[in-house]
Design a protein around this ligand. Structure first.
Ligand code: NAD
Ligand code: DAU
Length: 332
């Protein structure tokens, strides 16, 4: 297949591009990425020489950039491009509305005009928080952060393009991903790299919030399956089935790295902090998917990757991230 991947220089997008080129010898990829602070060409250095891979720097909100990408005549588009960090969406929401909503609209319109299959990479955060039980694909959308609300808006636009224009589109809503190449603003790489730098780890509130951790390669297999076998108009939840409180997660990281609880710095909670995410994945399981990576193994592998790839994360932490970190966390 000829695949237009947007946001391929980010965390999940770059893992997905590597996955597709490895697993499908006949596939070709065009990666359309704006290279925001989160987009890093280093993430795809190893496939740059592959003749099946090409890169276009561009913005999904700009009609001309989108038209240029569609002129390559993709058979499907997978929209990973987004502003993705909840804390940044609380401080500066506008970029989230622009990219996550307007950008999705631009891609939907181009896909509809050219009859191209469309895969929206969404999130479990669109459902909001659930104290017990799990959200199904038909649960109401109750997003609580500007990030989650923007992603929910995008999902509703996708639905409207299916219902109104008959677009061949599907949506994948996954839980928290972790693994190699994740930008160190997200909790696991932030905590691991802080510890490697000899810093403490800033844990929000009392560390009681619960996330369901999904190894990124398991998510890439799920997205690949939905791309090829997902039914038009359907939504597929994808979760790791490995719920951990943030305190339990922090303790696991500390244990793997041989460090103690004195490395935890409790800091004020995130406003509107969702207590727990949980999705029912029976629908994608009925397509034959299940996660392969258990949390302990995936976390060890992730810690190993950050230990062995300081050349990847140190320039990020000493670059754009430094000012953001100092403003947010001070000298922790
Ligand atoms: P990321 O922040 O690591 O990367 C985002 C990428 O999108 C970057 O390469 C960036 O340059 C690019 N981008 C941003 N704005 C753009 C624009 N206007 N035009 C073109 N490119 C642009 O993101 P991620 O964590 O890999 O998430 C990828 C997708 O998966 C997002 O849609 C996100 O909402 C969704 N998601 C993420 C998680 C997670 O745990 N990380 C979980 C569920 C869903
Ligand atoms: O659930 C899927 C979502 O997971 C994705 O849609 C988002 O793009 C992705 O960023 C992620 O959102 P979270 O807010 O859950 O991820 P984050 O890594 O920012 O935080 C995970 C948990 O850790 C959350 O409960 C907040 C907490 N946390 C986070 C940071 C950055 C801390 O305690 N300290 C921190 O410094």
């Amino acid at each position: 297949m000829r695949l237009l991947v947007t946001g391929g220089c980010g965390f999940i997008g770059s893992n997905f591009v590597r996955h597709v080129l490895r697993e499908h010898a006949e596939d070709e990829v065009l990666n359309l990425d704006k290279l925001t602070y989160a987009g890093n060409p280093e993430n795809l250095r190893e496939v740059e020489g592959d003749p099946r891979y090409r890169f276009q720097r561009g913005d999904i909100c700009e009609e001309e950039d989108v038209a240029q990408a569609f002129a390559w005549e993709p058979e499907a588009v997978l929209n990973f491009a987004a502003e993705t960090h909840v804390d940044r969406s609380i401080a500066s929401p506008e970029a989230f509305v622009r990219t996550d909503v307007l950008g999705t609209f631009r891609l939907l319109r181009a896909a509809q005009e050219r009859g191209v299959r469309y895969v929206q990479i969404s999130t479990d955060e669109v459902y909001g928080s659930i104290p017990e039980g799990s959200f199904r694909e038909d649960s109401p959308l109750q997003p609580n952060s500007p990030y989650a609300a923007s992603k929910a808006g995008a999902d509703l636009l996708v639905r409207s393009y299916v219902m109104t224009y008959g677009l061949d589109a599907v949506i994948v809503r996954s839980s928290n991903n972790y693994g190699p190449y994740q930008y160190p603003e997200k909790v696991i790489p932030l905590f691991v790299t802080n510890l490697l730098e000899g810093r403490k780890v800033p844990l929000y509130g009392e560390g009681k919030n619960v996330r369901d951790w999904l190894f990124v390669e398991d998510n890439c297999r799920a997205i690949d399956l939905v791309l090829r076998r997902g039914e038009t108009g359907e939504i597929y939840n994808v979760g790791g089935g490995q719920e951990k409180s943030n305190l339990a997660l922090t303790r696991s990281i500390l244990e793997i790295m041989g460090m103690g609880e004195e490395c935890i710095q409790y800091v004020p909670d995130r406003p509107g902090h969702d207590l727990r995410y949980s999705v029912d994945c029976s629908k994608i399981r009925s397509l034959g998917w299940r996660p392969f990576t258990d949390f302990e193994g995936g976390l060890r592998e992730t810690v190993r990757w950050y230990r062995e790839n300081e050349d990847w994360w140190r320039p990020i932490k000493n670059g754009e991230f430094r000012r953001y970190y100092l403003e947010r966390y001070g000298d922790i």
